[in-house]
Design a protein around this ligand. Structure first.
Ligand code: PMP
Length: 318
């Protein structure tokens, strides 16, 4: 925990998990001035906890904060908070395979007032919890063409709490229909695939990896997405960062040129997609080949995260 008051972050400390007091007029409760991050630490053979790309999460937290008029959390405060927590957590994170430590940094307005203006006080917290695998089996997704997750000029590229609140209603509707996740399309024409609710999405069509660019400000700049693109390019795998039309996705399913589809995210790592619903029609994906790109990339990522291979890219913090 750290508090922002009089222009500075202060009082950095570790507290046991438990309830906290909040005033009914707390600005976050009313106006949603709140941003967060999600990252993980993995235990290596020697028993140490390795944090994957924590610096990237720190930068993204501050980018989100800037969009929501929240003051930056300096790198030293973020890293010092993480270090203090890892010291405590090192002792009790289970040693089971597949288990990791989920780390949730977040910042929220701490002023008590009714009225629309940025808060003058904020609280920064990091919450941790051991987790297992997110999706045990391949997921079924539905292309959403009625509701929008983000629009150009909005807050889609920020990891802002309200983005998730607005997504609940359509996501729940899809779940009731039997789908695990939505594939969001652009908020204007609903003709191009953007991302899913908790993951960026990637497609292998005719041997090329295709994923939406993050230049429009409507898509979260996923750190797993970035890692997969870096590794794919290193492997010499053809990559195209471009908007995939829903129509092209449907044609690739009909003609059999869609080889793989998967989501990428901290929680899910790589989540294989086995079914896509487009305009009310379910399409099953073909069986994955034994040398599937998504399987290879998942293994490469896991080897780096669990410290099984050398950290050539500076992605690991102990
Ligand atoms: N998109 C959204 C909307 C998300 O919530 C997440 C999870 N943070 C992602 C993509 C994936 O981002 P990352 O790989 O950094 O976890």
């Amino acid at each position: 925990v750290a508090e922002y008051e009089d222009g500075a972050w202060q009082n950095l400390r570790v507290e046991p998990y438990g309830p906290m007091q909040i005033n009914p007029a707390n600005a976050t409760l009313h106006y949603g001035q709140s941003v967060f991050e999600g990252l993980k630490a993995y235990r290596n053979e020697a028993g140490e906890l390795l944090v994957f790309r924590g610096d990237a999460n720190q930068r993204r937290l501050n980018e989100s904060a800037a969009r929501m008029c929240i003051p930056e959390v300096p790198e030293e405060v973020f890293m010092e908070g993480m270090r203090k927590l890892l010291e405590v957590d090192r002792e009790w994170v289970p040693r089971q395979p597949g288990c990791s430590l989920y780390i949730r940094p977040f910042i929220f307005a701490a002023d008590d007032y009714l009225g629309i203006r940025p808060s003058r006080k904020y609280t920064f917290m990091i919450l941790t919890s051991p987790v297992g695998k997110y999706y045990a089996k391949p997921v079924a997704v539905k292309v959403e063409t009625q509701y929008a997750r983000a629009i150009e000029g909005g807050t889609g590229s920020a990891k802002a709490a309200g983005n998730y609140a607005g997504s609940l209603f359509p996501a729940l509707k899809a779940q009731k229909e039997g789908y695990d996740q939505l594939l969001w399309t652009d908020g204007k024409t609903h003709q191009y695939i953007e991302e899913s609710g908790t993951m960026n999405v990637m497609f292998v069509i005719n041997g090329t990896l295709i994923t939406a660019p993050t230049t429009t400000g409507t898509i979260l700049k996923g750190i797993t997405r970035d890692s997969v693109l870096i590794l794919a390019r290193e492997m010499g795998f053809p990559v195209e960062e471009r908007f995939l039309p829903v129509r092209e996705l449907e044609e690739s399913l009909l003609s059999g040129t869609l080889e793989e589809a998967f989501g990428t995210g901290t929680a899910a790592t790589v989540a294989f997609i086995h079914l896509i619903n487009i305009h009310g029609k379910d399409y099953l994906l073909p069986e994955k080949s034994t040398n599937a790109f998504s399987d290879r990339i998942l293994k490469t990522l896991d080897d780096i995260k669990y410290g099984k291979v050398a950290d050539e890219r500076g992605w690991i913090m102990k």
